[in-house]
Design a protein around this ligand. Structure first.
Ligand code: NAP
Length: 333
């Protein structure tokens, strides 16, 4: 058996490119006491990894050049020297972009084999789902009849936010970068209006039309010009959840747009950022509620699967050109 891993070859400048990644063949390690050998089945590629490819301190340590990239993945235990795990167990955790990883028992969580598809553990029932759940419900506090706008609405987090806001009885407006995605949001997820921010022209007008009573809750996945337009359409007492700013992740210098403060002032609005790990102690609550809605068919699941370990960097880069509908996952085996 031959192992392969994907390392950060050099730091991206602007949009990441394939040359930023290096494939290296290595040997398959032997598990020691308390360890298992994992075969990678599915790898999650996520926008925040772009931040880790940048030098400097953030809320997660940056990758050094030469480091193996790591993210959430689902694997199969193929050899176990940890009593809690058996050969054949399907597990999840944070590991290197490798065909085979060594894992300590306490780094692993078993994936319930009854839940289909198993990849839900990386999306609606994983970190993206929990991010949607705590961001929207804890910070946004949406009330029945309110208007919720979700940017990046057709992505892993966004698709769950849209559905949770519908469950809470809100008018939901999504923004996404293609007509196909917006059709999905309207026809499959039941959002009330969906705006293609790439073709809408004047976003402020488009939002005003879609939100005649103003925006009570804005779940922001993208930042930039979409969020600038939202600020002008807020309703009194609005709550703005700053979850992600993907439109800015590839910029080398900060982008100064219209300042939001005057809008926060006149609309008595609250703007709050969060990192999902701050909710770790409440994950069981979120996972249980999401699991229940998923089992009841109230939460639909969208994913885009790219086949083949060698296509992992390509799948990651595709997040920044909007290739994915729902959670972007790489099928390794
Ligand atoms: N705060 C936290 O703890 C936390 C946790 C997880 C994720 N996040 C953040 O949440 C956001 C969504 O993450 P995700 O995993 O669900 O990714 P995702 O939405 O599934 O994938 C990224 C999407 O972003 C959109 N996008 C890319 N470039 C854009 C641009 N310049 N302007 C507007 N949209 C752009 C693309 O869709 P279009 O086709 O619509 O452009 C793309 O499909 C990201 O910003 C991420 O960093 C935050």
């Amino acid at each position: 058996m031959q192992n392969k891993e994907i390392r950060l070859a050099n730091r991206p400048k602007g949009m990441p490119i394939l040359d930023n990644f290096q494939f290296v063949e290595t040997s398959v390690p032997q598990p020691g006491d308390g360890e298992v050998l994992l075969r990678s089945l599915y790898i999650s590629v996520d926008p925040y990894l772009r931040g880790r490819m940048r030098e400097g301190k953030s809320y997660v340590a940056p990758f050094e050049v030469g480091d193996v990239i790591s993210s959430a993945l689902i694997g199969e235990v193929i050899e176990s020297r940890a009593p809690a795990f058996q050969k054949g167990d399907i597990v999840t955790g944070y590991f290197g972009w490798r065909l085979y990883n060594l894992a300590k028992a306490d780094e692993l969580r078993k994936v319930d084999p009854r839940i289909k598809p198993v990849t839900a553990a990386l999306g609606v029932l994983g970190i993206p789902g929990l991010t949607a759940y705590f961001g929207l419900l804890d910070i946004g506090q949406p009330k029945e009849g309110e208007t919720v706008v979700v940017s990046g609405a057709a992505g892993a987090v966004g698709t769950v936010v849209c559905q949770l806001a519908k469950i809470k009885g809100c008018r939901v407006v999504g923004t996404a970068g293609s007509d196909e995605k917006n059709r999905y949001l309207r026809e499959e997820l039941g959002v009330d209006a969906a705006i293609n921010y790439k073709t809408a022209g004047d976003m402020r007008n488009a939002l005003q039309e879609a939100c005649p009573k103003g925006i009570d809750v804005y779940f922001d996945n993208v930042g930039g010009e979409v969020s600038d337009a939202v600020m002008a359409v807020l309703h009194h007492g609005a709550r703005i959840i700053v979850c992600g700013q993907i439109s800015l992740y590839n910029l080398d210098k900060p982008d100064i747009g219209p300042r939001p403060h005057p809008y926060l002032l006149v609309y008595s609005a609250l703007m709050k950022g969060f990192i999902i790990t701050q909710y770790t102690s409440r994950f069981p609550e979120g996972a249980s509620q999401l699991g229940q809605w998923f089992a009841e068919g109230k939460l639909k699941y969208a994913e885009s699967i790219v086949e083949g370990f060698e296509n992992t960097p390509r799948a990651f880069i595709g997040l920044f050109t909007g290739e994915n509908l729902g959670k972007q996952i790489v099928k390794v085996a």
